[in-house]
Design a protein around this ligand. Sequence first.
Ligand code: FA5
Length: 375
Amino acid sequence: MSGPDEPAVPNASESPAGLAVADLAAAQEQGLAGFEAATTLDALAAARTGHLGDRSPLARARKAIGSLPGPQKADAGKRVNAVAGALQAVYDRRRGELERERDERVLVEEAVDVTVVPSRPLGGRHPLTTLSERVVDVFVAMGWELAEGPELEHEWFNFDALNFLPDHPARQMQDTLFVEPEGSGLLLRTHTSPVQVRSMLDRRPPIHVVCPGRVYRADALDATHSPVFAQVEGLCIDEGITMAHLRGTLDHLASALFDEGSGEGLTTRIRPNYFPFTEPSAEIDLQCFACRGASAVEGAEPCRVCSSEGWIEWGGCGMVNPAVLVAGGIDPERYSGFAFGMGLDRALMFRHGITDIRDFYEGDQRFTLALGREA
Ligand code: FA5
């Protein structure tokens, strides 16, 4: 037994279970080892329950203090608290270490790689957009400008300024989609030619513009007609412009679009036609890019692309009618010009052997992706 001034240092034989110095030292040693050995937060939590929890040796020792004689209680309490404090400090340090390890691991494991290409197929450019841009590129490379106009157009630009007489059949409801209210003068443009007039009013000669766009007609939907389709228009106005410039321009466009790099060049031919806004007017035919005209000779291999005609219908063209130059504010005594316009849907159809124009408008992604790259 210790004297009255000495701290009570009980040994195993005179202390209740767990309060002896050796028991507390063992509880501390095992607790520290358990916390250091834990390599995950779950394992550390389990070790805490075992060494600092309600049923731990330390908790039992704390309960046993109550059974000590009064003078020994304070000392026993200090010893238990010292062990508890040492264990808690190591537990706290270890938990901090394991939380930092977990946070670093999560940052690595759950990082989002923004460079990963999504496995779902992305949409593609529509083949009509691709072809339209290719046509524009051909002209921009020659110094022409891109010009655009509204799809909701005024009758004056679509018809009057283009020299369509008031009783021209194209002005009838069955050919043109007019917009309510009746008499508003508004319609869905039936061709890209109104952009010619807008371009003349906006610019002074020399004028070289290429005008792609969507147009609308009250045509029934079938394999070769759509009520909405794409056209591209070209307009050139300067002093001394002739049909020879028109032919050269069309031949260049034909080779740039359809020649496939053979270097042989493709030609066009023009046949007489009538448009109110050009005089003379002509139909443009493209030399068949598949057989190059060879199938038209008697006894030759047939050609599916041109039905053995040797030529493919492509669009309309002509010298700008002086009446249209006047409507566009240009002096026809000084200037002359040529214009042409063609359907892009039809061009793609004969280019890729597509037999139904509806394929362009049904939004099937497989069609768009297959053709959009190479249109
Ligand atoms: C015109 O639209 C004239 N503006 C072209 C022009 C411009 C002539 C400049 C002279 C000077 P046309 O109505 O023929 O012409 O149409 C031109 C092309 O549009 C046709 O050759 C055809 O390829 C295409 N096209 C016409 N209607 C349809 C339709 N319903 N569906 C798809 N393509 C069509």
